[in-house]
Ligand binder design. Structure first.
Ligand code: UDX
Length: 435
């Protein structure tokens, strides 16, 4: 497994749990040292235990030497980062290609070289070319095996997937991949064998569709507010239609994270390069960006149009709960704007504070818990729906705060209960209790 980042670490640990011998190669010395000492550099429920047990069982190891790790491997997974290239939004593949070349140099016999990182259509074939150029003598196949892991439930997603997609043109490679995933055959998880380009595109299509679903319900939520409808009932009313499906229809401040923003943008670029149009997805990108940028305005409006000198509590900073990941989190533009407009921001996040610090203005005050953040606040904003915020007693919040404005961007509270407690409560896509 080349790359001990999020995807590499989760996939590596899970493949080891399946009974395979896995060597994870990590280039960053600090990350590697942490892994070798049994410290997991990311927050992912269950990962700690899985890594510890599989290291103890001798099936999982960490190192920095690609050659040593891949020499006798049946399959080598490339799971290095593919950040958005500054300027043009294309995925930056330099780490992927560098890894492919190093792997090619070190291999000793037939191996399947698999991309696990999300890579543009055509990358698998390009890797094959690099390997052929580097080692004309080598017997190998390439495969694309995109991950569909959600942060916060990645282990479950890997162990009990809705499906596994494997793109390769070689039966020999398919046989190797079947062996690696054998436990999934027992639980009858659908394993789809496709061509290389098909697997590569499937990943982008899946993420773009999900991003589109969220953006759609967000737009409907805005409409609900205008016409006095309740978005949750609309979501249920449409979601019970099996063709639409109930999941991923929760309105909010716009999607963030390491995948949707990057993958939607990449799909647009891929389409442009291929001379095709991706106008729906292009619109999703624009609408979502505008939504995240505009969310602070809701808070400002709820505070009567001026927040200078006000104290605002922000609950949740990460892009979603059960992660410490701040990438493209809606909290970034929201908090920036609140501070810029003169508010004092008191923030609390259960896991993301350290990751948040460099991304948020220096003036933000980081608090011990939700009640600490709410103490003396004129208004309170829920940005991320951590469970511990759901369970807060409205009376306790009300007692801690100076003001009574709550802007709930994740609809975690019950409007009736909030109103009963004396809050002026705004949420997304539901009638507000301001009147
Ligand atoms: C996502 C995909 O789900 C996963 O399959 C893919 O491999 C990687 O990207 P992840 O980014 O971890 O996973 O988070 P996810 O739970 O999908 O949420 C993404 C974003 O959408 C978050 O910002 C979340 O708050 C938002 N979201 C999700 C909504 O606003 N409403 C929803 O109904 C669902």
């Amino acid at each position: 497994m080349i790359g001990g980042g999020y995807v590499g670490l989760v996939s590596g640990a899970c493949f080891a749990e399946f009974g395979n011998d896995v060597a994870v190669v990590e280039a960053d010395p600090a990350k590697l040292a942490a892994l070798q000492e049994g410290r997991i550099p990311i927050f992912e429920p269950g990962l700690d235990r899985l890594v510890t047990e599989n290291v103890a069982a001798g099936r999982l190891s960490f190192g920095s030497d690609i050659a040593a790790a891949v020499a006798d491997a049946e399959a080598v997974f490339i799971a290095v980062g593919t950040p958005s290239r500054r300027g043009d939004g294309h995925a930056d593949l330099s780490y992927v290609y560098a890894a492919a070349e190093q792997v090619a140099r070190a291999l000793r016999g037939y191996t399947v070289i698999v991309t696990k990182s999300t890579v543009p259509v055509g990358t698998g074939r390009r890797i094959a070319q690099i390997v052929r150029d580097t080692r004309p003598d080598l017997e190998f196949d390439v495969a694309s095996n995109p991950e569909f892991l959600r942060e916060g439930s990645a282990i479950g997603d890997f162990m009990r997937p809705d499906r596994v997609v494997i793109g390769t043109e070689s039966e020999r490679a398919r046989e190797v991949m079947r062996r690696l995933y054998r436990p999934l055959f027992l639980i009858e998880a659908p394993i789809l064998f496709t061509g290389l380009e098909t697997a590569e595109l499937t990943k982008y299509a899946a993420n773009s569709f999900l991003a589109m679903k969220i953006t759609f319900i967000n737009e409907i939520a805005d409409l609900c507010e205008r016409v006095g409808a309740d978005v949750h009932d609309v979501a249920r009313g449409i979601g019970l239609d099996g063709r639409i499906g109930r999941k991923f229809l929760h309105p909010g401040p716009g999607f963030g994270g390491s995948c949707f923003p990057k993958d939607t943008l990449a799909l647009v670029r891929i389409a442009q390069d291929a001379g095709a149009a991706a106008r729906l997805v292009e619109t999703v990108v624009a609408v979502n960006d505008a939504r995240k940028a505009g969310m602070a305005m809701r808070v400002i409006a709820a505070c009567g149009g001026n927040i200078r000198g006000r104290t605002i509590a922000v609950l949740g900073l990460t892009f979603k709960p059960e992660t410490d990941d701040m990438r493209d989190s809606p909290s970034i533009p929201i908090v920036a704007r609140l501070v810029e407009d003169g508010a004092t921001v008191r923030a609390f996040d259960p896991e993301g504070t350290e990751q948040a610090r460099p991304l948020l203005p220096g003036a933000v005050q980081y608090c011990q818990d939700a009640i600490d953040a709410a103490t003396g606040a004129d208004a309170l904003v829920v940005v991320t729906e951590w469970n511990e915020f759901r369970n807060l007693a409205p009376a306790k919040l009300r007692a801690a705060m100076r003001g009574n404005v709550v802007v709930d961007l994740r609809n975690v509270y019950d409007p009736v209960a909030m109103r009963a407690e004396g809050f002026v409560y705004h949420s997304i896509g539901r009638p507000s209790t301001a009147e």
